[in-house]
Design a protein around this ligand. Sequence first.
Ligand SMILES: [Zn+2]
Length: 121
Amino acid sequence: MLMSNKKYCQFCYKPLNGDEHGNRIYCDVSCYSYQKRLRGNDKYKDTKAQLAAFSKTDQILKSFYELYGPEKFIPAGLLDAAGMDWHINKKELIIEGLLSKQIDKYAYSLFQNKTVKIWKV
Ligand SMILES: [Zn+2]
């Protein structure tokens, strides 16, 4: 079928005339550069949001560490209430035989009984 060969600009969805067999994916340079700029902004936003999440989470660990000290088991619910993000970590490491998640300057272990131990790394 002739129709199925037709390609469309990936930005404005206009048909790409005379390019049925080419590699073109945008109708002109302005669609190309606009799409590229949008994608760039997205990447920037993701990185910024990610950095903010890390610094917020590290800040939460810091304040609980300073409040309770290194030897205390802290109820995980308190960190939850402070907005703790349990899904991010820079790396996992073993501290005093315990699997811990490092955020930045602080790391923590989350135990079965929903308590948390925080380390300064
Ligand atoms: Zn276009």
